[in-house]
Design a binder for this molecule. Sequence first.
Ligand code: PMV
Length: 370
Amino acid sequence: MSVFRATLIIFVLIMNVQKFIFDKKEVEFTEGETSWKSPSNIALVKYWGKKEGQTPANPSISFTLKNCYTLTTLKYTKSDNFDFQVFVDGKREKSFEPKIKIFLDRIHKYCSFIVNYNFEIHTKNTFPHSSGIASSASGLSALALGIMAIEKTLDPTISDSYFKEKASFLARLGSGSACRSIYPELVVWGKNNSFENSSDLVAVPFVGAHKIFHDFQDTILLVDKGQKVVSSSVGHNLMHNHPFAQQRFNQAHENLEKLKKALIEGDLKTFTSIVESEALTLHAMMMTSNPYFILMKPNTLRIIEEVWAYRTKHNLNLTITLDAGANVHLLYPKKEEKQALSLINSSLIAFCENKSYICDEVGQGSEKIN
Ligand code: PMV
């Protein structure tokens, strides 16, 4: 890359970040509260590996979910001494506070007003705490929206689109994939040539998909509800100096381009082959990093094999994907729901911890709760 191009990219990045700095004269506000509901999401093309400033090493696209979400009420009181406490299901949860502290420290540059308040963060998830489903995407996006609601109180002139864009920007600083949870249905994050308005700093919704994807189903088969042995942050970092990193990042760009076409055309066969390849590549990256690790469990593979056999036998489009864990997300069009549930209840349930699974589907993104 030429020096001129590198300088230009840095300049554009700085200008893009600049617009998220709150620099208005604050209206005096002493206290208030705001409540937000924000869902989890499941990536189809996976973000794995990050660059400076919590930006992604490769672009990703996800389905926003509907039933797995976090509800957060942010109570704020004007104070000379900044402080905050986290309550989960009504009980103080100090173990959550270090992560929130890192988040608040990171966003301070963009929301300088936060140090003038004391916060109580009351949060609860609709999915069980120990389900093995990461709550960081839903949790941090809900919190980012709460912070934006305070910003809107201080500066009522901000537009709805800026509100969401900055909420996505802030959520990303807490947990990368959280930036996608703000928007409905299909959401892209990470600069790439296939999606013109895509960005490393914020997620953007993709609205051109075929109608079959508007009510796609996701049944999450809970293979292992325990804590992951290796966290996502450690996994992302292991992509630095990973022998296959560059090929993987290139592949994600190519897969995104092919998936976009399949999403527009409603091409389910291509959808399945890309989404499953992405899931297995993600885990292949884990198994080939240094140190290596495995997050899948024997039952993860049993489920995958059963799904593939059933799909071939009945000529269906059941598709598996995985996040950074052992649980299997079974994706399928609404019209195949009956067959999918029949497979789950007659066979796959035996491979789930305590026979547990969660029925979810594509959802409409975050919303304010009155
Ligand atoms: O947002 P993080 O740091 O929890 O990482 C998410 C990583 C994956 O779930 C594996 C992939 C993705 O794009 O969501």
